[in-house]
Design a protein around this ligand. Structure first.
Ligand code: HEM
Length: 461
């Protein structure tokens, strides 16, 4: 495909030469509302993959949209032709909450932000975070009582929010966790509605009564973030935390700089806790539904840790725990879809596409494709042994994205996931409350729609 692309890029095709992939003839403005309900775009993506295969085209209004469902195409957009693409409309719209942070910014601004934050995610810094992760997970496991029911989804959110605050921002947010989580939940509830709403950015700015909840929630989040920044300034802390790095790179205290600082902090906060919390919530569910896997999971933790709390050095030994987490993110990837927007016309395989085309891809759909993951709905951590991983084509599994915009927190997330699962799994067995409905809800991340109510039982062996 690379050769075909190079050939095509030698001569720029004119408009009448565009060649679109097969797909819906009818404009989806109406179809989307009637048949697929935009509230769950996963149905639409699954349908496109089943009907049209590797690549499909449709239009919503004037906009051309291409859905990719093959690793070669995904590589082409995220890596090979990355320079031609910026984030698509949904991400741009999340500026209403995130402002110009690392996820939403582009070009030089993005490069600067990534450079400033990089040292906080450097391999050398990660071990220091392990201690905090285990300490907070141990604190949580001590607060549970045998036989009680907990919403594990909420528990994991509080835990990971606290960990991001302490590790990256050197701030203890234990007293504010509930307030922050409530505000963020309020925004998530409105998210799908807001991204579909025409002129949503303007409306939020104008603060009509219907969007008052969004504006209120954003204000509450901002207040916590500004308090955190102020506290750091007062203490003149220089512990090398991410917040210290961001403060050092902030040129002055002008309203623009303060706003930019707020955007950067809030982006890492949201990206860094909600994703990991969801990955863990789904993992507890899948472990509890698969007794043989649960047995091996507990057996490895007991064997490797011999009753002591895990530490950074244990992570490579907790291989099965990592395989379980990887398989969980295959079936329920926290980032369930990604999109890009073409700045120039471009070629994908045999197709020529115009500038301003939106390109979408879905981890949720590709990770469940039987061509790459046989018997795809079966939960099977063995898919992630080192041997199995080497045999699989690249870009079939991409929970952290790929290319220049690949997740900056990937190593952080793997370590946190393994340590939290091991610390909690050492002491507790979690079982889904009988009859509790489990359904994925694709918001910014893939959340369990009805939460994850589980009974916690103290382990005896
Ligand atoms: C299981 C956990 C996580 C998953 C599944 C995940 C997934 C992703 C994905 C798919 C992207 C790329 C989005 C795109 O290219 O459009 C991304 C970017 C990003 N992630 Fe994560 N993430 C996780 C954890 C974290 C953590 C722990 C942090 C920080 C503490 C973080 C911070 C970021 C940031 C700042 C970006 C933007 C990077 C850039 O554009 O340069 N993520 N993440």
């Amino acid at each position: 495909m690379a050769t075909a692309t190079q050939n095509a890029l030698r001569g720029s095709p004119r408009r009448f030469e565009y060649r679109f992939p097969p797909g819906f003839e009818r404009n989806l403005v109406w179809l989307a509302w009637r048949r697929f309900r935009p509230a769950n775009p996963i149905f639409l993506f699954q349908h496109l993959a089943e009907k049209y295969g590797d690549i499909a085209h449709y239009k919503i209004g004037w906009n051309h949209i291409v859905f990719l469902n093959h690793p070669d195409y995904i590589r082409e957009v995220l890596v090979v032709q990355n320079d031609n693409f910026v984030k698509e409309r949904t991400v741009r719209r999340s500026k209403m909450l995130l402002g110009e942070g690392m996820i939403t910014s582009e070009g030089a601004e993005h490069r600067t932000q990534r450079l400033v934050a990089q040292p906080a995610f450097h391999r050398q810094r990660i071990p220091a975070y392990a201690e905090t992760m285990v300490r907070e997970a141990a604190r949580m496991r001590e607060s549970w009582s045998d036989g009680e029911t907990r919403d594990i989804s909420i528990e994991m959110m509080h835990l990971t929010l606290n960990i991001v605050a302490q590790t990256l921002f050197a701030t203890d947010l234990r007293n504010e966790v509930q307030e922050l989580a409530d505000a963020i939940n309020g925004i998530m509830g409105l998210y799908n509605f807001l991204v579909m709403l025409p002129a949503a950015e303007w409306l939020v700015h104008a603060r009509p009564p219907g969007l008052a909840a969004f504006v209120r929630a954003r204000k509450r989040i901002d207040a916590v973030v500004y308090r955190m920044i102020e506290a750091h300034r007062r203490e003149r802390s220089d512990r090398g935390s991410l917040l210290d790095l961001m403060l050092a790179a902030s040129p002055d205290r002008s309203p623009e700089s303060e706003r930019s600082l707020r955007d950067q902090v809030i982006t890492i906060f949201l990206a860094g806790y909600e994703t990991v919390a969801n990955a863990l919530g789904w993992t507890w569910y899948l472990v509890s539904e698969n007794p043989e896997c649960e047995r091996r999971f507990h057996e490895e933790i007991d064997r490797e840790l011999q009753g002591r709390l895990p530490a950074y050095d244990d992570v490579p030994r907790l291989r099965y725990v990592e395989m379980v987490l990887a398989e969980s993110m295959r079936l329920y990837p926290p980032a369930w879809a990604m999109g890009r927007y073409a700045q120039q016309e471009f070629q994908l395989g045999e197709f020529f596409l115009p500038a301003r085309t939106t390109v979408l891809m879905s981890q949720f759909v590709l990770h469940r494709d039987a061509r790459f993951f046989p018997d795809p709905l079966r939960f099977d951590p063995e898919r992630f042994t080192p041997e199995a991983k080497v045999q699989r084509a690249k870009f079939t599994y991409f929970p952290f994205g790929a290319g220049a915009r690949q997740c900056i927190g990937e190593s952080f997330a793997w370590m946190e996931g393994v340590l939290l699962l091991a610390t909690i799994g050492q002491r507790w067995k979690l079982t889904l409350v009988p009859g509790h409905r489990v359904e994925p809800q694709p918001l910014i991340t893939l959340r369990p729609k009805y939460g994850m109510r589980m009974v916690v039982q103290r382990r005896t062996s």
